[in-house]
Design a binder for this molecule. Structure first.
Ligand code: G6P
Length: 564
């Protein structure tokens, strides 16, 4: 359940729908499907494979309206029966869904006791049938959508074709759904990037809104008709140029983008003094994110002279502790669309918070009074690299401003990253050795351990080599048991004072036939901890390239996880 799109009007439906789905694949690519209405009725094409299969298998078609879906599996295996769109028992409705329904089993039982048979395991198949079940009782689609909304517990953006109308219906709660206005008609979709238009007019639906879109736009909430205003957006360009994959492009362009970001945020007005003062006045600051963004948050805690707790968004949502009104919050999400982070914001929406994203037109940025853009341009590869550096750069400047310290060392960062880039041959040699292993440890201390976390995540997600980040001092308390000639370690040490303790660990590993890889970085440079991540990101990329795996789309993952 992840990326959805629907079109109504005189579009080249085949083209816009399939290309739109391709662009939504960052939300999942386990399976893909489309449905459309033409003079023969509703037609469906779906495959438990990525959107490339749709391009190969689906014949060109014309339609009055159409819907499409690219899935990241949550309920049920990747299989035909669990692939969207779903059609209702009597063929009245065809639907795509992004989100998860918590009470779908209760609704499913109700439907089964009323003669409905469902073939798959998804909550979405229940939704389309439940909508039909409601409609058969009241013969009014809008009323049925309102009733469906009241029955559901969970997150849902639904785009629906009705068998007898040249229109799209929709319902939205807790996961983004936008309406885009085009010359040919209207588009309903999860995000603005599903269209390749440079400029877009869009309206973002609010929770519990539902309605009908044909030549006209009808939006309702609780039976009340809602008026809408379109916002204009001008998008950044994304160009892969001559690189073999987006990850390579994104690693290479990183220093230049970071340089612009540093220039921008080093102007004091770009992080207003009142934001610095507010954060400093707080009893404690919570930093909240997922995955790589969570790792960036850990760096902030290390640098800032203040009480900070860094929490995974998925944990924060379910924490039962009462909120202290003297606390402040920093939300980090490169995509700005991660549902766990959005739900975390909703939990503290009345408190002082700032958000940091790489998408100024995202749900998270729209929800934030103080939003900061890391300005590294759209990241396509699922593994986040340049966004990590963008987040850390911003957080580093923020922390230094809060500490009232200068941060002149950061101006040298792009130059030093460029040095790593131009020395890629050395990393290629290392990659050639590392690709032979199935397991690996990243070992570090202090801030280097935080770099280990990110290096380890990157290596495992794109190469499938199992790796763990371990505190150097913890090696002897368990992980050493893993070490043998097939289980090497990469040691990260940028602090000269720790070299001696590092030597001890290295000897302990070597005495057990373990191979040790270690790269020296300039210990006099304060941001060497970050240069290490850049270096080992290149390693992960080059190992993946050697192994011949799909670098930009690792199996089972999605760029942005828009479900819980
Ligand atoms: C997914 C991606 C990760 C990313 C995480 C958080 O798991 O695969 O690369 O770090 O989401 O994403 P966000 O957009 O919120 O930073």
């Amino acid at each position: 359940m992840c990326g959805i799109i629907g079109l109504v009007g005189s579009f080249n439906h085949y083209d816009v729908l399939l290309k739109g789905l391709k662009r939504l694949e960052y939300r999942g690519y386990d399976s893909s499907g489309i449905g459309y209405l033409n003079k023969d009725g509703i037609v469906i094409n779906k495959y438990p494979e990525s959107v490339d299969t749709l391009f190969k298998e689906v014949k060109k078609f014309t339609a009055y309206c159409s819907i499409g879906h690219t899935r990241w599996a949550t309920h049920g295996k990747v299989s035909y029966k669990n692939t969207h769109p779903f059609i209702s028992k009597n063929g009245l409705f065809c639907l795509v869904h992004n989100g998860t329904i918590n009470n779908f089993l209760t609704l499913k039982e109700e439907l089964i006791s009323n003669g409905y048979i469902m073939n798959g395991d998804t909550d979405s198949e229940v939704l389309v049938n439940y909508l039909e079940y409601l409609f058969l009782n009241n013969h009014n689609i809008l009323l049925s959508l309102k009733l469906l909304d009241s029955k559901l517990d969970g997150s849902y953006s639904l785009v629906i074709i009705s068998k007898n109308e040249e229109a799209l219906y929709f319902l939205k709660n807790q996961t983004s759904l936008l309406l885009i206005e085009k010359e040919e008609g209207y588009v309903l979709t999860s995000d603005v990037y599903s269209l390749d238009d440079k400029e877009i007019n869009y309206y973002e639906f609010e929770d519990h809104q539902y309605g009908k879109i044909d030549n006209n736009v009808e939006i309702y909430k609780n039976d009340i008709k809602i008026s809408h205003n379109f916002k204009r957006l001008i998008k950044d360009d994304v160009n892969i140029n001559s690189c073999s994959c987006y990850l390579e492009k994104e690693l290479f362009e990183c220093p230049a983008l970071i340089e612009k970001e540093i220039q921008y945020y080093s102007k004091s007005e770009s992080i207003p003094q009142n934001v610095i003062n507010e954060l400093n006045s707080k009893r404690k600051i919570y930093v909240i994110g997922c995955g790589t963004s969570f790792h960036a948050g850990l760096i902030f805690k290390e640098i800032v002279d203040k009480e900070v707790e860094v929490i995974l968004a998925s944990e924060f949502i379910y924490q039962n502790k009462s909120l202290n009104e003297n606390d402040g919050y920093i939300f980090i999400s490169q995509s700005g669309e991660t549902l766990d982070v959005i739900r975390s914001i909703e939990k503290v929406k009345n408190a002082f918070f700032i958000s940091i994203t790489n998408n100024k037109d995202s749900t998270i940025s729209r929800k934030s009074k103080y939003h900061f853009d890391i300005m590294v341009q759209k990241e396509i590869s699922v593994a986040s690299t340049k966004a990590y550096f963008g987040e850390v750069v911003f957080l580093y400047i923020l922390a230094k401003r809060m500490n009232d310290e200068n941060y002149k060392e950061i101006f040298d960062l792009p130059f030093r990253m460029n040095q790593i880039k131009s020395n890629i041959k050395e990393i290629e040699t290392l990659a050639y050795q590392v690709k032979e292993y199935k397991n690996l440890l990243f070992l570090g201390k202090g801030i280097d351990y935080l770099s280990c976390l990110e290096c380890s995540l990157k290596l495992k997600e794109i190469t499938y080599i199992h790796s763990e980040a371990i505190y150097l001092g913890e090696l002897k308390h368990g992980p050493l048991a893993l070490i043998n000639k097939d289980f090497p370690s990469i040691i990260l040490i940028t602090n000269d004072e720790l070299k001696e303790i590092g030597e001890i660990s290295i000897n302990e590993i070597k005495s057990r036939d373990g191979k040790v890889f270690i790269k020296q970085f300039d210990s006099s440079y304060k941001l060497s901890f970050l240069l290490q991540v850049y270096y080992y990101d290149f390693l992960a990329f080059l190992v993946a390239k050697n192994l011949g795996v799909n670098i930009d789309k690792p199996r089972n993952l999605a760029k942005s996880v828009t479900v819980e």
